[in-house]
Design a protein around this ligand. Structure first.
Ligand SMILES: Nc1ncnc2c1ncn2[C@@H]1O[C@H](COP(=O)(O)OP(=O)(O)OP(=O)(O)O)[C@@H](O)[C@H]1O
Length: 252
């Protein structure tokens, strides 16, 4: 399988579109240019993997796409809406309903049950309790955790917690699912299960942007982009096979 590596390669309409995105963090005299004019297009239904060295700006990018932080310059559009032009109220709706977020360390609410965690984003956007209950049951069945809906997160394994986090992220049927190293804190078997669930979502048409350090995880995606110094590296053609073979084989 060959992978296109042009960050703006997809034609037609886009679920996500970034142009000239910049973000600089300042603490005292220290300045970190986390994003330096990044361009990106993601087509509906696409599964994009993002790799790159530690500190190259991967998490910062996902935070901006998810409305968890704001850019200094450039633009982010989700389904054609420029995030910088949204009111704070509409940005809150975007965070809660139009994007879904899965984090490396799950970030479940510890004193809420599994079901309460999954229902929360639906109740926050005004779904009625019966509808939230129904959808929660469906989502937990999809991730294979129907039996655990009354458990607390601390009673679950890491893999189970990440499956709950995935159900929660999908609750409001987001246009794009953002996953920041979703398998980074899991053992091999749990990682395989989470990757299988992402693949099932992809097969059902879900757009996914996934940051990972694991080439085997990246190889499951449709397209891989490599980030370097706050931008996508262009012109580097990577296939799934060469990715799995490692850097030495790629140079040969
Ligand atoms: N809130 C912040 N305040 C100051 N600097 C920050 C902040 N968030 C990120 N940075 C810096 O911005 C740069 C990009 O960070 P980011 O977390 O996006 O990288 P990353 O590619 O996700 O790294 P990793 O693979 O280690 O998670 C880093 O140098 C980081 O130290």
């Amino acid at each position: 399988m060959g992978m296109a590596t042009d960050p703006t390669a997809s034609a037609g309409q886009h679920v996500v579109r970034c142009r000239g995105l910049t973000k600089t963090f300042r603490s005292g005299a220290r300045e970190t240019r986390a994003l330096r004019g990044l361009d990106l297009d993601v087509a509906p239904g696409e599964w994009l993997a993002v790799m790159g060295p530690s500190g190259c700006g991967k998490s910062t990018l996902l935070h901006l796409l998810g409305g968890l932080d704001t850019a200094d310059g450039g633009s982010v559009e989700i389904d054609g809406d420029d995030l910088a032009r949204l009111s704070e109220a509409r940005r809150a709706v975007l965070r809660r309903a139009r994007v879904g977020y899965v984090f490396q360390f799950f970030n479940l609410v510890q004193d809420m049950t599994v079901a309460e965690n999954v229902e929360l984003p639906m109740l926050l956007v005004g779904s009625g309790r019966p509808a939230a209950r129904r959808r929660c049951r469906e989502l937990l069945a999809d991730v294979g955790l129907g039996e655990l809906e009354r458990a607390l997160p601390s009673q679950l394994s890491g893999g189970e917690q990440q499956r709950v986090a995935l159900a929660r992220a999908l609750a409001n049927r987001p246009g794009v699912l953002l996953a920041d190293e979703p398998t980074g804190n899991l053992d091999t078997e749990a990682a395989r299960q989470v990757l299988g669930l992402l693949a099932a979502q992809h097969a059902a048409g879900q757009t996914i942007i996934m940051v990972t350090h694991d080439p085997r995880v990246a190889a499951a995606a449709d397209r891989l982009l490599v980030m370097q110094d706050g931008r996508f590296a262009e012109g580097e053609v990577l296939s799934a096979e060469s990715l799995l073979a490692g850097p030495a084989a790629r140079e040969a």
